[in-house]
Design a protein around this ligand. Structure first.
Ligand SMILES: CCCCC[C@H](O)CC(=O)SCCNC(=O)CCNC(=O)[C@H](O)C(C)(C)COP(=O)(O)OP(=O)(O)OC[C@H]1O[C@@H](n2cnc3c(N)ncnc32)[C@H](O)[C@@H]1OP(=O)(O)O
Length: 725
C-alpha cells in the first residue's frame, strides 16, 4: 500500500464469474476516500468485464467495515481535504453505479457493518452475515448523519419505526435480529460466508433469488399519514432529548423527504444536509471526543514500550460499601472472580447484598437472564480475613477516606498478597504516596478511582505516583478495557483530575449565590448548557457529607484559591443534608421530585453575613451566558493547572475526564476543547477582571496567562511541563 494512501480495495475474479471486492483498511476497514475511489474503479472494471457475472463485496480480516473514515471529517473541517461534490459518493457511486448496475452484488458481512459500511451493504442486492455481527447506523453519535443513503434504505428494509430507533439511538443490532428485521438475507458461519455470498449472487443472476434494490422497496413503509405522525413524534422526542443539537433534526428532514417525495429526492436531501452538518460546532466536538476517548489508553512512556498486560485471574476488594460493591459488580460482570472483604459478618452480608441488588436490577429490566445472574453471582466470594488473598493478582481498597486506616490495610496487603499483586486504592482525594508509606511496595501501588455508581459510570481514573511501574499501569489499563471503562491515566495529587475540576465549579456557584444570584436560575442555565443537572441539584444528590469532606481536602491543599462558603455547613447543622434527608437546596417529595424551597434564602443570608460579602447588583441579574462563564471559566483555570503540572499528559484526556466524570456535554468536545473554541485570551481577560473585583478564587493561573499572551490554544501540548508522570 502506498504510504500516502489510506486503505484500498482488491478484486479477484473467480472461475465462477463472481468478482470479490475486498475492503482493506485496518483496523476496521473504514471507508477512506482512497478505499471509496478504489471501490469505484474495481466496480467499473467488474461491470465492464465479460468474465464477471456478479459481484461480492466483503471486508478483510473478519470485519466488513466500521464506516466512513472518521478522520476524513476532520480533514474536511480543517480544509486539508476538499469535500467531494455533494452526493458524489452516495448518489453517483453507491446508488447509480452499484445499486443500479446491470450485474447484481451481494455483501458478505463478517464482524461489523457500521455507518457507511452498513449503508454500502444496503445498496447491494442481498446481504449475508456471520452470526453476532454488529449492524448499525451510529452516525448521529458523531454529529453527522447517515450520508451514504442510510436515511433512505434502512426504513425501506426494516420499516420506519425500527429505522428511526436504530438511527436516533445509534445502537447496533446483531445479525440474528437483522435477519428477523429483513436487513440480512441469511446468517451463516464464518467459514461459509464467501461461498454462500458467491452462490447467492449467481442465484440472483439466474433469477433463483430475487434481485432487490432496497431504495425501490415500499412494502415496509407505512402509509403517508401514519409516517408523518411517526416522524412528528420522533421530532418531539429529539427536541426534548437533544435540545442543543441540530443534526438529529436535519437527519429527520432527510428521512421525511424520502418518504414524502420519493427516494431520489430523499437521497438529494440527505447529501445536502450531510454536507452541512460537517461544519457544525457540535459535530467538531463529537468527532474530537471519538478520537480522544480512544487516545486515553495511549500513554507516552508507558504503552509505547512494548509491555504486554499480565493476566489478572483473581481480584480482591476491600470494603463492601457503595463503591466497593459497585466495583465488585463491574468486575464480576466481566467474568473476574472476586473476593469481597469486610470487617464483620453484618457488613459482609450487606456488601454482597448490594452486589446482588445491582445485578437483580438488570434482571428486572430484562437485560440479564436469571441463569446469567446466578453464574455472575457465583464469581463473588466473601471473606473476613486476608487468608484468601494469597493468590490474588490485584487488590482494590475501597474503604472510607481515612489515611491511617488505609496505611494499615496496605501494610497488611504487603504481608498477605503475592509479590506480583497490584495494590490499588479507590481513594478520590488522598495522596497515594501517603497511603503506601508503611510498605516497601511503592512500585505496585496505584490509584483505581471509580465514579459512583461504579458498575455504571464509564470513567476510571488510573492514578500513578512517581514510583508506580509502567507494567502496573499497562495491567490496569487492560482490566479497565475488559470491564468496559474508559481509563484516563493521571498523576498523583489531591483530587486528581476530575475532582480538581469539579471543585471550582461548585464553589463558583456558591460564590454567585452568596453575592445575590438565584441558585435555581443557575441550575437552570447549567442544565440548558447541557450538564445533566446544575451544581445545587448535584450537591443534593451526592449529599452534603461528601461535599464537606471534599471541600475540607481542598481548603487544606489549595487555600489560596478556595472560596469558603458556609451555605452547606449551615444547612447540614439544621439536618438538611441533601436529597437523602429530603431537604437541601431543594425540597423533595416521595417521588424524589425536586422543588425550590423559599427557606433557602435564610441560609444564604446567614452565609453571606459570615463571609462578609455583599449582594452585587451585577451578579443578581446575570444572563445565562454570564452564569456559564462564571461557573465554568474557573473550571478551565483549574484544568489548565492540572495540565501544566503534568497531572494529565494530554489536554484531550481532560476533555474525556470532564465528559465522563463531570457530565460535561460531549457535543461541546470537553472542557479544554470548549475553552479553545472561545480562545485563551477571552477566558483570561474575563477571569482577570473578576479576580480584580471578587478576589483570588478567579485569578487566572500562570499557564493560562502565558497561553493568552501568545494567543495560543490551551490544548497545545505542554513542552516542558513539570510532569509528575
Ligand atoms: C462525505 C462523507 C459522508 C459519510 C457518510 C457516512 O454515513 C458516515 C459514517 O459512516 S461515520 C462512521 C460511522 N461509524 C462509526 O461510528 C463506527 C465508529 N467505530 C466504532 O464504533 C468502534 O471503533 C468499532 C465498533 C468499529 C470497533 O470498536 P473496538 O472497541 O474494537 O475498537 P476501537 O473503537 O478502539 O477502534 C479501533 C481503532 O479503529 C479506529 N476506528 C474505528 N472506527 C473508525 C472509523 N469509522 N474511521 C476511522 N477510524 C476508526 C479507532 O479510532 C481505533 O483507532 P486507534 O488508532 O485508536 O487504534
Amino acid at each position: 500500500m502506498d504510504s500516502r494512501t489510506k486503505g484500498k480495495t482488491v478484486m479477484e475474479v473467480g472461475g465462477d464469474g463472481v468478482a470479490v471486492i475486498t475492503l482493506i483498511n485496518p483496523p476496521v476497514n473504514s471507508l477512506s476516500f482512497d478505499v471509496l475511489y478504489n471501490l469505484k474503479s474495481n466496480y467499473e472494471e467488474a461491470l465492464s468485464r465479460n468474465d464477471v457475472k456478479a459481484i461480492v463485496i466483503t471486508g478483510a480480516k473478519g470485519k466488513f467495515s466500521g464506516g466512513f473514515d472518521i478522520s476524513g471529517f476532520g480533514e474536511i473541517q480543517k480544509g486539508t481535504r476538499k469535500e467531494p461534490k455533494v452526493g458524489y459518493i452516495s448518489i453517483d457511486i453507491i446508488t447509480d453505479l452499484l445499486e443500479a448496475a446491470r450485474k447484481p452484488s451481494v455483501a458478505a458481512i463478517d464482524g461489523l457493518a457500521l455507518g457507511g459500511g452498513l449503508e454500502l451493504s444496503m445498496a447491494c442486492h442481498a446481504r449475508i452475515s456471520t452470526p453476532g455481527a454488529q449492524l448499525g447506523l451510529p452516525e448521529l453519535q458523531l454529529g453527522v448523519i447517515p450520508g451514504f443513503g442510510g436515511t433512505q434504505r434502512l426504513p425501506r428494509l426494516v420499516g420506519l419505526t425500527k429505522a428511526l430507533e436504530m438511527i436516533l439511538t445509534s445502537k447496533p443490532v446483531r445479525a440474528e435480529e437483522g435477519h428477523s428485521l429483513g436487513l440480512i438475507d441469511a446468517v451463516v458461519p464464518s467459514a461459509e460466508l464467501l461461498t454462500t455470498a458467491r452462490r447467492w449472487a449467481l442465484d440472483i443472476v439466474e433469477r433463483r433469488k430475487p434481485w432487490i434494490s432496497s431504495l425501490l422497496k415500499t412494502d415496509k413503509l407505512p402509509p403517508l399519514g401514519e409516517a408523518r405522525e411517526i416522524l412528528k413524534f420522533a421530532r418531539g422526542q429529539t427536541r426534548k432529548q437533544a435540545p442543543n443539537m441540530k443534526h438529529p433534526l436535519m437527519c429527520l428532514d432527510a428521512l421525511e423527504m424520502g418518504i414524502v417525495s420519493g427516494p431520489r429526492a430523499g437521497l438529494e436531501k440527505e447529501a445536502e444536509v450531510g454536507s452541512q452538518v460537517i461544519s457544525l460546532d457540535t459535530t467538531k466536538g463529537l468527532i474530537h471526543v471519538f478520537f480522544s476517548q480512544r487516545g486515553t489508553a495511549k500513554v507516552p512512556g508507558v504503552t509505547d514500550g512494548g509491555l504486554v498486560p499480565r493476566k489478572i485471574k483473581k481480584v480482591a476488594i476491600i470494603g463492601g460499601g457503595l463503591m466497593g460493591s459497585g466495583i465488585a459488580t463491574a468486575l464480576i460482570l466481566s467474568n473476574y472472580p472476586v473476593i469481597l472483604k469486610e470487617v464483620n459478618e453484618k457488613f459482609l452480608e450487606a456488601g454482597i447484598g448490594r452486589v446482588k441488588a445491582n445485578l437483580q436490577s438488570r434482571v428486572r429490566k430484562g437485560s440479564m437472564s436469571k441463569e446469567k445472574f446466578e453464574k455472575t453471582m457465583s464469581l463473588l466470594k466473601g471473606s473476613l480475613d486476608y487468608e484468601s488473598f494469597r493468590d490474588v493478582d490485584m487488590v482494590i481498597e475501597a474503604v472510607i477516606e481515612n489515611i491511617s486506616l488505609k496505611q494499615q490495610i496496605f501494610a497488611d496487603l504487603e504481608k498477605y498478597c503475592p509479590q506480583h499483586c497490584i495494590l490499588a486504592s479507590n481513594t478520590s482525594t488522598i495522596d497515594l504516596n501517603k497511603i503506601g508509606e508503611r510498605t516497601k511496595s511503592q512500585d505496585r501501588i496505584v490509584g483505581a478511582h471509580f465514579f459512583s455508581p461504579a458498575h455504571v459510570m464509564p470513567l476510571l481514573e488510573i492514578v500513578r505516583t512517581n514510583h508506580t511501574s509502567a507494567q502496573v499501569i499497562v495491567d490496569l489499563l487492560d482490566v479497565g478495557k475488559k470491564i468496559k471503562k474508559t481509563p484516563v491515566v493521571v498523576g498523583n495529587c489531591t483530587g486528581f483530575a476530575v475532582n480538581r475540576m469539579f471543585f471550582p465549579y461548585t464553589q463558583a456557584a456558591m460564590f454567585l449565590v452568596e453575592r445575590g444570584a438565584d441558585p435555581y436560575l443557575i441550575d437552570m442555565a447549567i442544565s440548558k448548557f447541557g450538564m445533566p443537572m446544575g451544581p445545587f441539584r448535584l450537591c443534593d444528590l451526592v449529599g452534603f457529607g461528601v461535599a464537606i469532606a471534599t471541600a475540607t481536602q481542598f481548603i487544606e491543599n489549595f487555600p489560596e484559591r478556595t472560596y469558603k462558603s458556609m451555605i452547606i455547613p449551615l444547612m447540614q447543622e439544621d439536618k438538611r443534608a441533601g436529597e437523602a434527608t429530603r431537604k437541601g437546596f431543594y425540597l423533595y417529595d416521595d417521588k424524589r421530585k425536586a422543588k425550590p424551597d423559599p427557606e433557602l434564602k435564610k441560609y444564604i443570608e446567614k452565609a453571606r453575613s459570615i463571609s462578609g460579602g455583599n449582594v452585587d447588583p451585577k451578579l443578581v441579574k446575570l444572563s445565562e451566558k454570564e452564569i456559564i462563564e462564571m461557573t465554568f471559566f474557573p473550571v478551565v483555570n483549574e484544568a489548565c493547572r492540572v495540565f501544566a503540572e503534568g497531572i494529565a499528559v494530554k489536554a484531550a484526556d481532560l476533555d474525556i475526564a470532564a465528559i465522563m466524570g463531570m457530565g460535561f456535554p460531549p457535543y461541546r468536545g470537553g472542557i479544554m476543547f470548549w475553552a479553545d473554541s472561545m480562545g485563551s485570551k477571552y477566558i483570561y481577560s474575563r477571569l482577570d477582571e473578576w479576580s480584580k473585583t471578587y478576589g483570588d478564587f478567579f485569578k487566572p493561573c500562570a499557564f493560562l496567562a502565558e497561553r493568552a499572551s501568545k494567543g495560543a490554544p490551551l490544548s497545545a501540548p505542554v513542552e516542558q511541563a513539570r510532569s509528575r508522570l
